[in-house]
Design a protein around this ligand. Structure first.
Ligand SMILES: [Zn+2]
Length: 152
């Protein structure tokens, strides 16, 4: 269990280093903080890798009942809804790009990889990270996504 005295407490923005931030949400011993200067959002204190893996495993328990192969082959409503959501997000990201040439995407914590898969279909060069080894292997072998696993 982490406490407020934990050395993993992060009180300045990881992007712009500002110390001006506010709480968005508090859950258990963790705070979700947002930078007043740039809008970056982070968790403080940072969980250890073991705590994160435990949380990840518990949080996505129901979600991962479905194998990743079924996610792409199945005709489940969640799949169609996720396509709509991810396509809308991808359009937003693309609107921020200065050019439509040489588009590259890194999806950190990609899960089942739908976001980079959709981007790849639109011609983006895609990369991803994911903790779940089964998904990393599937995305590399079956979807051509350069997906990496590990503790960064
Ligand atoms: Zn910031």
């Amino acid at each position: 269990m982490l406490t407020n005295e934990n050395k993993n407490e992060i009180n300045s923005c990881l992007v712009c280093d500002s110390v001006r931030h506010r709480n968005l949400q508090v859950f258990d011993q963790y705070k979700l903080l947002i930078c007043n200067q740039c809008g970056f959002i982070w968790v403080s204190p940072q969980p250890s890798l073991d705590e994160y893996l435990l949380h990840h495993q518990n949080s996505f328990k129901g979600y991962y009942k479905q194998s990743i192969e079924d996610f792409y082959l199945g005709d489940k409503p969640i799949f169609h809804q996720e396509i709509k959501v991810k396509t809308k997000r991808l359009s937003f990201v693309q609107s921020l790009c200065k050019s439509n040439d040489n588009l590259r995407l890194l999806d950190i914590g990609t899960g089942q990889g739908l976001f980079p898969v959709l981007a790849k279909q639109l011609g983006w060069e895609t990369y991803a990270t994911e903790l779940n080894e089964e998904e990393v292997n599937f995305l590399n072998k079956s979807k051509g996504i350069k997906c990496y696993s590990g503790d960064y």
